[in-house]
Design a binder for this molecule. Structure first.
Ligand SMILES: NC(=O)c1ccc[n+]([C@@H]2O[C@H](COP(=O)([O-])OP(=O)(O)OC[C@H]3O[C@@H](n4cnc5c(N)ncnc54)[C@H](OP(=O)(O)O)[C@@H]3O)[C@@H](O)[C@H]2O)c1
Length: 280
């Protein structure tokens, strides 16, 4: 199988390259410096040059507050980028796997979201990602849209921030009223391998199992690493951010499991494995 990955220098992109390479897939990493997905002609030139069987779009503008500040840029990368990929993939008969987010939901539910729940994003990042999903669905016949949640791996993420802050501060104040499913990029990449092999068509949720608040996630990180810092809970209104965050967006991998494509492990098990590799 020949697989081209856009945004290959991002944290998910790196994990996909590693997992697919280990599994003997012909993989073509295309970083942002080589391809800006907002440029239709450039997208077409790269795809025509490699003619892969599958494209995995790991590129996005993922800084939620930056998306709020620069709305046009958010829509350009997160909506028009996938539109370009969908149009070109369709032209060359290529299966497109597009990554989306738990932030397409408003967070007002009290149990994990499944694929049949109605999106209702409350910030520009979520809105632009949802438009990206709609473009992929309408311009491509052969696609998988894979929503994930609270990613961490080799890159900038919440886990890295907590470890860095723990080195310089005695007390870490972390919000305990935002809930998600922390997800290891490596686990998501394993699921994407199965999705790519099966050309699993349609919309999927894919996150590590379970629910955590940011406070619980931070406490788990600090305790697992034996860091000498106190973690105290605060409320979101004590930590104002430019973009509003949804309160509760854990994902249930409902269709992935119903179709027998992938069974994720718990977020705690995945996080423990990730932290074992950390030298702090
Ligand atoms: N991070 C999370 O917590 C999270 C949660 C749910 C869903 N997701 C989704 O998961 C996917 C992967 O996220 P991630 O955490 O791996 O993000 P990431 O580490 O920020 O990587 C995104 C990559 O996209 C590249 N990029 C930005 N604009 C681009 C453009 N116009 N053309 C081509 N590439 C561009 C970035 O390059 P530069 O760095 O050079 O700009 C970066 O390498 C995204 O679709 C994201 O929406 C992420």
């Amino acid at each position: 199988m020949r697989v081209l990955v856009t945004g290959s220098s991002g944290q998910l992109g790196k994990a996909v390259i590693e997992v697919f390479f280990k599994n003997d897939i012909d993989i073509y990493p295309i970083s942002h410096t080589r391809l800006d997905i907002t440029k239709r002609q450039a997208v077409e030139e790269i795809i025509r040059a490699y003619l892969p069987e599958v494209v995995i779009n790991c590129s996005a503008l993922t800084d939620v507050d930056l998306c709020e500040r620069e709305k046009d840029r958010a829509y350009k990368v997160n909506a028009l980028g996938p539109k370009n990929l969908a149009i070109v993939c369709e032209k060359y008969n290529i299966h497109l796997i597009h990554i989306s987010t738990d932030y397409v939901f408003d967070g007002e539910k009290e149990t994990p979201y499944i694929e049949f729940d109605k999106p209702n994003p409350i910030n520009t990042y979520g809105k632009s990602k949802l438009e990206g999903e709609y473009f992929v669905e309408s311009f491509s016949k052969s696609y998988s849209i894979v929503r994930t949640s609270w990613l961490y791996g080799d890159g900038d993420n919440f886990v890295k921030k907590i470890i860095e802050r723990a080195k310089g501060e005695k007390i870490l104040k972390v919000v305990d009223d935002q809930f998600g499913s922390p997800t290891y990029t490596y686990d998501l990449a394993m699921a994407l391998l199965n999705i790519a092999k099966e050309r699993a068509y349609g919309l999927y949720h894919c996150a590590n199992k379970g629910v955590a608040s940011r406070f619980e996630e931070a406490k788990f990180i600090v305790e697992s690493l034996g860091l000498k810092v106190e973690v105290t809970p605060i409320k979101s209104n004590e930590y104002p951010t430019l973009a509003k965050r949804p309160k509760y967006t854990p994902l249930e991998n409902y269709i992935l499991e119903l179709e027998g494509i992938f069974y994720a492990r718990s977020w705690e098990l995945a996080m423990e494995e990730f932290l074992r590799g950390k030298d702090v």
